[in-house]
Design a protein around this ligand. Structure first.
Ligand SMILES: Nc1ncnc2c1ncn2[C@@H]1O[C@H](COP(=O)(O)OP(=O)(O)OP(=O)(O)O)[C@@H](O)[C@H]1O
Ligand SMILES: [Mg+2]
Length: 258
């Protein structure tokens, strides 16, 4: 049984099939890259899997349990967390507060605990913060010292790292990364991909789906690559299989200036 699986997953926006009949599966410990031209449905696919959009037809399963039609917070609690193509940090909050936002729906205490047992609540929050800072240090140890800096004063690549750390704080089974290298230069992009590989080594059981524009960036990290075009999955395989697939060349690489 796959960790995350979709069958015929489809969504229609006013006549446009943004995602159409996508069968997809990922196992624990796998990294799968998702590529495709602009508008091919990559983000929409993640939006359906994470519950932001409701599928028009088809299903998604996590550990065999149907998750289609669940609310985003329920899917998050079941073990799928994500980052977004554009930054979702609160710029006027500190690095630490941004990290803690990712723990909101996982925190065990209630509002009554906050009144009656504030120490217990503080302990839980500090525990999450310690975990968050430790994870953040895997990316960039200097960020730990900047934990009380406002997010708006942090360099772009570090903001990306904070967003990934925030997603990891819920200890997801599946991590969805929507273009984590967006806005990064070539050197930063390579560094980010190394860091994603490092996450995989530290958190052995996690499965990661990573959307990326640049085919070359996909060469070293994912074990398999899935290619979307016009909402459909047109190819799946290793990097070598994908770069020689005629459908992919026509749909995607053919449009690149390389
Ligand atoms: N909420 C929505 N309402 C209507 N159309 C939408 C909506 N969300 C996405 N679409 C359309 O679905 C198609 C797929 O968009 P999507 O953002 O998933 O593409 P993408 O592969 O992530 O592209 P990019 O590489 O530019 O990020 C596009 O035609 C887009 O305009
Ligand atoms: Mg997108």
């Amino acid at each position: 049984m796959a960790l995350l699986e979709t069958k015929d997953l489809s969504i229609n926006f006013g006549g446009l099939w943004a995602v159409s009949d996508v069968d997809f599966a990922i196992e624990p410990r796998q990294i799968i890259g998702l590529i495709g031209p602009n508008g091919s449905g990559k983000t929409t696919f993640l939006n359906i899997v994470s519950g932001i959009y409701t599928a028009t037809r088809g299903e998604a399963y996590l550990c065999g349990e149907k998750i289609t039609n669940l609310k985003p917070y329920q899917i998050f609690q079941k073990g799928i967390s994500r980052t977004y193509q554009s930054s979702r940090l609160c710029w006027n909050l500190s690095v630490a507060d941004n990290l803690l936002m990712g723990t909101y729906t996982s925190q065990k205490h209630s509002i009554f605990d906050a009144i009656i047992r504030p120490c217990k609540v503080n302990n839980e929050i500090y525990d999450y913060l310690d975990q968050g800072l430790e994870m953040l240090s895997y990316f960039n140890p200097a960020l730990v010292d900047r934990r009380y800096d406002l997010a708006k004063n942090i360099p772009h690549i570090d903001r990306r790292r904070i967003e990934i750390t925030r997603a990891l704080l819920s200890h997801p089974k599946v991590l969805l990364l929507d273009e984590p290298t967006a806005g990064l230069n070539d050197e930063e992009t390579m560094s980010m991909m190394d860091e994603i590989r490092m996450i995989k080594e530290k958190l052995v059981d996690i499965a990661i789906i990573i959307i990326e524009h640049d085919m070359k960036v996909m060469e070293s990290v994912p074990e398999r690559i899935v290619v979307f075009n016009a909402g459909m999955k047109i190819a799946e395989g290793t990097y070598q299989e994908i770069v020689t697939d005629q459908n992919v060349i026509d749909a995607y690489i053919g449009g690149e200036d390389e």
